[in-house]
Ligand binder design. Structure first.
Ligand SMILES: *[C@@H]1O[C@H](CO)[C@@H](O)[C@H](O)[C@H]1NC(C)=O
Ligand SMILES: *[C@@H]1O[C@H](CO)[C@@H](O)[C@H](O)[C@H]1NC(C)=O
Length: 480
């Protein structure tokens, strides 16, 4: 039996590719690569214990890691799923092999056994069927880097107690009032201390990741950040199966910062802002950079993938990646989004005036300023004379806040889409301020998130919306 009968391969992608990257993993790297069971030179991703939604797309990659610098040709490859031969008759000439854009359509347990070069690797994958839809819209709030202790601190500075009790005083924060609350372990595969990329990607795909990865299983070759095995995101699933559902992405960071980019991008390296802008609009392409120039060409191993996420509303900062020296081929992506039907907003007034999606709103050259400067101490914005998203060497004085962006995104998506919406809304500067232990700015942005939550809960659409609010990691050694 061939792999196709167990893994559903899209018609356009009914091929199995031998990998073309001839590099041998460097000695020492394999121990960072926790897919590798102790004692085997063969590593398989998706890893043992992976869970998929039925039909969720993914790539498979096999790597042979040899400390003796030995390479194998995979000619004796045996690949079985539930005991049946799943091998496509393809020869492999290098130490890595990949299968692209596959899916397992039926729920259940899949026992994977692979051997090659005298080594074996086993994995169990679990596929879960989707349950009946219970709600029309989903809103995921992320307070980036927001540890529970910060939530307590924000309450202490913003609420009074009465005889020691918040309940008898001003009450609790909005984000402390839920039907259900829980704890999540946000550590990744390679490190206990996670970063925004692998944690957001875990929310987006249901698969744990590596530090700096967005929706891929990291391979051990470092030269190509776009050839790693990908996993489909919730937003890509929406695009594939729900044509009338809207997708919104809102952040106070650059829109290609790790958390927002986890909802439309795939890369080993979260820093590839120029590639992520292109992916948001055009979908995944196997782009290869010409040295350190900003010329990127689609070449090498073809990597078929699904439709672009093309968010209906995309709001935040990051103008530096949209045109000029940091954009792919120096393309003007503001013009490219406009050509694709987007209205483009550059400040608070443009945003207020926007009446329809799709809407791209970029309000800063880099990450947006914190609430403290945006809304309170605006004259100090002058310190940065080159913050305009238009890259015209002026100051971005007129930036909207998280609440305005989130409410506008919902308004436009409600208007456009008959089949509900998914929205990510990120308070990014909780983390960015807490890195240098700037409590004033970090906690002010946390309270802005709390007010945004309260405003959303007051909307008529709230009764049709599952609202989640979480963090993605903490700061220092605090655990979430
Ligand atoms: C790559 O860039 C170099 C200049 O750094 C240029 O000479 C060369 O033609 C470029 N190659 C391609 C394929 O664009
Ligand atoms: C960038 O430009 C090169 C040549 O100038 C072209 O071959 C390539 O397709 C362009 N890349 C993209 C992503 O459009």
């Amino acid at each position: 039996m061939q792999i196709q009968s167990l893994l559903l391969i899209a018609a356009t992608a009914a091929r199995v590719f031998a990998a073309i990257d001839p590099s041998v993993p460097t000695v020492g790297q394999q121990h960072r690569y926790r897919a590798l069971p102790r004692g085997s030179n063969l590593a398989l991703v998706p890893v043992d214990g992976s869970e998929f939604l039925a039909g969720q797309k993914f790539d498979i990659a096999l790597e042979w890691h040899s400390e003796a610098f030995k390479t194998i040709d995979f000619s004796d490859l045996v690949f079985t799923i539930n005991g049946k031969d799943a091998k496509k008759k393809t020869s492999f000439s290098v130490s890595r092999a990949s299968w692209r854009y596959l899916s397992l359509p039926a729920s259940g347990e899949y026992n994977i056994q692979v051997s090659a070069g005298g080594e074996k690797v086993n994995a169990k994958w679990v596929v879960k069927g989707s349950s009946t839809r219970k709600v029309k819209n989903t809103l995921l709030f992320v307070g980036d880097g927001m540890a529970p202790t910060m939530i307590s601190a924000a309450r202490y500075i913003s609420r009074n107690t009465r005889f020691g009790k918040f309940a008898n005083g001003d009450g609790f924060l909005e984000m402390e009032k839920w039907d259900g609350m829980g704890k999540i372990s946000t550590n990744g595969i390679d490190a206990i201390i996670t970063d925004s990329a692998n944690s957001a990607a875990t929310y987006s795909t249901g698969h744990k990741g590596w530090v700096n990865t967005l929706n891929v299983y990291a391979d051990t070759t470092s030269s190509d950040n776009l050839d790693d095995a990908k996993v489909e995101t919730i937003t890509e699933i929406i695009r594939r199966v729900r044509p009338n559902m809207c997708i919104g992405i809102v952040t106070t960071a650059s829109v290609v910062d790790a958390t927002p980019a986890a909802f439309f991008g795939h890369t080993r390296q979260r820093g590839q802002g120029q590639v992520l802008v292109d992916q948001a609009l055009n979908g995944f392409k196997h782009l290869v950079q010409n040295g350190t120039t900003n010329t990127w060409t689609e070449k090498g191993e073809p990597m078929p993938w699904g439709p672009a996420v093309k968010p209906d509303v995309l709001l935040g900062g990051g103008g530096e990646w949209f045109k000029g020296s940091l954009s792919v081929n120096s393309t003007d992506y503001y013009a490219a989004f406009a050509a694709a039907g987007y209205a483009v907003a550059y400040d608070k007034n443009d945003l207020a005036a926007a009446t329809s999606a799709p809407l791209l709103g970029i309000f800063h050259k880099g990450h947006m300023d914190t609430w403290y400067e945006r809304a309170y101490n605006t004259k100090s914005l002058a310190i940065n004379p080159d913050s305009s998203p238009k890259l015209d060497k002026t100051t971005a004085y007129n930036q909207p806040g998280l609440e305005q962006m989130t409410l506008k995104a919902i308004e436009l998506m409600e208007k456009k889409c008959t089949d509900g919406w998914f929205l990510l809304s990120e308070a990014a500067s909780v983390d960015k301020s807490m890195h240098p232990m700037d409590y004033d700015r970090g906690l002010a942005d946390l309270l802005e998130l709390d007010r945004t939550l309260k405003a959303v809960k007051a909307l008529p659409s709230a009764k049709d919306t599952a609202i989640f609010l979480t963090a993605d990691h903490a700061q220092g050694y605090e655990a979430l």
